[in-house]
Design a protein around this ligand. Sequence first.
Ligand code: ADP
Length: 270
Amino acid sequence: SGGVVLDVRVAPIAEEYILLLADDQTEIVRAQSVRNDFVANVSHELKTPVGAIGLLAEAIEDAADDEDAVRRFASRLHKESVRLSALVQDIIELSRLQGADVVTEGRPVDLNRVVAEAVDRNRTPAENRRIEIVVGGRVERPVFGDPDLLVTALRNLVDNAVRYSPEGTRVGVGLRERDGMAQVSVTDQGPGIPLDEQDRIFERFYRVDTARSRQTGGTGLGLSIVKHVMSQHGGEVGVWSQPGRGSTFTLRIPQLEDAGAATGGAGAAG
Ligand code: ADP
C-alpha cells in the first residue's frame, strides 16, 4: 500500500519530499494494478454467460425436432442473456462512476422522492417473493447531487434486501436526519453477513455466497456501485449485520444548509 509516508512525519524536509514522491509513485502503480485487476475480473465474469449462451444456441440447433427441449434451452438462453445484459449495464455504470467528478450538474435532491422511486422499482420482484417493503420517516432538508445516481444506489440496496430475504419477510426503509447528514437505511431479515466479510462485500465481484448471488441474478457489482455513488456525493455507506439476524445498510449524505431548497429543487428526483 502507499502508507510509507506515515512513518516519517519528523523527517527533514528534503527527505520527506522524496518520500512523498515515492509515495505518489506507489499510488500510480497501485491505480494501474487495480485497473488491470478490473479488466481481468470483468473478462472472467463475462466468460460465464457468453459461454453458456453459445452452448445453449448449439443445443437448440441440435435439438431442432424435439420441441420440449428447444423450449427448455430457449428459456435458459433467455435467462443467460438477461444476466449478461445486467452485468454489462453494471460494468458501464461502475466504469463511469470511477471517473473524477461524475456529478457535474448537481442540484438539490429530495431524498423522500429518491426513496419512493427506488422502492417503486423493486415493487414487482418484492411482490413475487411476498416481501412487504415498509417505508418510515422523512427528511426535511435536501442533499446536493444527482437524483438518478442516488436512486441507483438506493435501488441496489433494496434489490439486495429483497433478493437475499426469505419469502414472506419484511424489508424496512427508514429516513432520518442527524448532525447535518441525511440517513437512509435498508433493513432485511435475511441471512446476514459474517463480520470478517463486511468490508469485502463492497469490493467488485466479491460475494459471500457465489452460488446464491448468481442464482438470484446478482452481478457482484451492486455494492461497489453504491460505494462509488456515495463517494461522489461526499457521503458514505455502512453495514450492520449478524449472521441469522439480518442486515442493515445505511447511506449517509451531507445535507444542504437551506431548508427552502427542498421545494425550490422540485422535480429533482423525478
Ligand atoms: P450481488 O450482485 O452478488 O448481490 P453486491 O455487490 O450487491 O453483489 O453484494 C455483494 C455480496 O454481499 C453479495 O454477493 C452477498 O453475498 C452480500 N450481500 C449484499 N447484500 C446483502 C444482504 N442484504 N443480505 C445478505 N448478504 C448480502
